[in-house]
Design a protein around this ligand. Structure first.
Ligand SMILES: [Zn+2]
Length: 459
């Protein structure tokens, strides 16, 4: 006899995920048991009598969620790079180089978050939009304002989005305007400490759904004194770290000129590279620095769409993966013009193909190509899910026992959808259709742990 189901739920339906890089697994009519705390207890294939018996137990207990015909359960999307305060300028102000864009548009916008009410309105809208787009985990930059960044943490916890959030530190008067910078390294460290304490003690956050992140904006914005303090704080607290690394020609050259070494080497010397460090962009990370990344276990947030606008180059993502670097995807709101990781999956594939083929026909085929640069659809989906989870050192992104049940339900029968998938479609067809065509409108539900955190409005 089968024991009574534990507290929690079971989900029955067609499951698609990438348990290993480049390999899809399709489980038709599978059953996933999830504990009350949201941890996957078991994954049963659909064609066994035991699956039917376990499903019946959950159904009798009123705890079975059955996907409708034409729906597919995928892991939730993991976004490794979001500037929450830049949500109002998404799709705008993409016309200047990075260093001018920061001064002309971005710092003036971010300075407005001294107004906590303004912050609340923007952040409510952003979290709602990201959940609707299937982003179950987001790694956020806030602003230098602790109160506003605490509001973001409150909202993520209340909406149950898995979130890693940093109060931005930036104190260098030569690069940061007087109206938007930390007055000193001491103040920046103290505010970062206070933010970490706040997040770790939020009522209802005992399961650490929301995590604090040490967040030096990037080396050009921070004095050596601040970077050293934050490195020691990372070691002391064990917090995640996020910053930008070798994003553009300008940023890469700036750090070389100031520090005499690359971003990666400088960050390592400041104590800011660890297994829980995520470096945004990383386009100009040089080969010798890869071994430093590997030694630390640090990861890269690949932002393919943002790179088109601000980075001067395409990240050689396949080479990074082949060398063993942890990589996931980021929207880089608002450096990229889309809030959707599904969109960025497509852009990751396209960027890799452009890198492989080259872009200037006048160079001739051999001269313009970078062979062996392309990634396929399965690898891109892996980057957006399991890859992001590995980079963050969190048990998310695949449907395996012991992992968190963070998921989206793709509805292939959405009226007006570009998806054309039938019950008889092969797994590879389903994967490619979803990777190349699925959009926000096709996401019927979003789940984080054991909570349904978003339902499409027409449901
Ligand atoms: Zn960024």
């Amino acid at each position: 006899m089968i024991a009574a189901p534990p507290r929690g739920r079971a989900f029955r339906g067609n499951v698609l995920h990438t348990p290993e890089r480049g390999r899809i697994e399709y489980l038709p009519d599978a059953l996933i048991e999830v504990s009350g705390a949201g941890v996957i207890q078991a994954v049963h294939c659909g064609d066994s009598s035991r699956t039917a018996a376990v499903a019946a137990q959950y159904r009798d207990a009123g705890a079975l969620v059955t996907l409708a015909t034409g729906r597919y359960l995928l892991p939730g999307m993991v976004d490794l790079h979001v500037h929450a305060p830049q949500w109002p300028q998404l799709g705008l102000a993409l016309d200047l180089p990075l260093e001018e864009w920061l001064q002309a548009y971005t710092f003036p916008l971010e300075s407005r978050y001294v107004d906590t009410d303004y912050a609340r309105g923007v952040y409510e809208s952003l979290v709602e939009a990201l959940l609707a787009n299937g982003t179950t985990t987001a790694l956020y930059f806030g602003t230098i304002h602790r109160q506003a960044t605490q509001v973001l943490a409150d909202i993520c916890l209340r909406r149950a989005q898995r979130a890693l959030i940093g109060r931005v530190a930036m104190d260098d008067p030569s690069q940061c305007p007087a109206y938007y910078r930390d007055p000193s390294a001491e103040v920046a460290e103290a505010e970062t400490r206070a933010f970490i304490r706040y997040v770790r003690s939020m009522p209802g956050n005992e399961g650490a759904l929301v995590l604090p992140v040490i967040t030096p904006r990037f080396i050009p914005s921070c004095t050596d004194g601040l970077l050293g303090r934050l490195g020691r704080l990372a070691h002391e607290t064990g917090c995640h770290v996020q910053t930008h690394c070798s994003e553009s020609d300008w940023a890469h050259a700036f750090v070389l000129a100031r520090c005499g070494v690359t971003d990666t080497t400088a960050l390592a010397r400041f104590g800011l590279l660890s297994r829980r460090t995520i470096l945004a962009h990383g386009n100009f990370i040089e080969d010798p620095d890869v071994s430093i990344l590997l030694e630390a276990g640090a990861g890269i947030a690949h932002c393919p769409l943002s790179n088109v606008y601000f980075s001067d180059a395409v990240l050689p993502v396949r080479r990074m993966l082949q060398r063993g670097v942890h990589v996931g995807l980021g929207t880089d709101i608002s450096g990229g013009a889309s809030p959707s990781i599904l969109e960025n999956i497509r852009h990751a594939v396209i960027a890799s193909r452009s890198l492989e083929a080259g872009v200037d026909p006048r160079l001739g085929r051999a001269a313009r190509r970078s062979p062996d640069s392309r990634i396929d659809a399965a690898t891109a989906l892996w980057l957006a899910t399991a890859g992001g989870g590995i980079a963050l050192d969190l048990p998310i992104g695949v449907f395996l026992e012991g992992y968190q049940f963070d998921a989206i339900v793709i509805d292939a029968q959405t009226p007006g959808s570009n998806l054309y998938v039938t019950e008889n479609s092969a797994p590879e067809v389903i994967l490619q259709k979803i990777v190349h065509h699925a959009s926000r409108a096709d996401i019927a539900e979003t789940w984080v742990a054991n909570r349904r955190v978003h339902v499409r409005s027409q449901e």
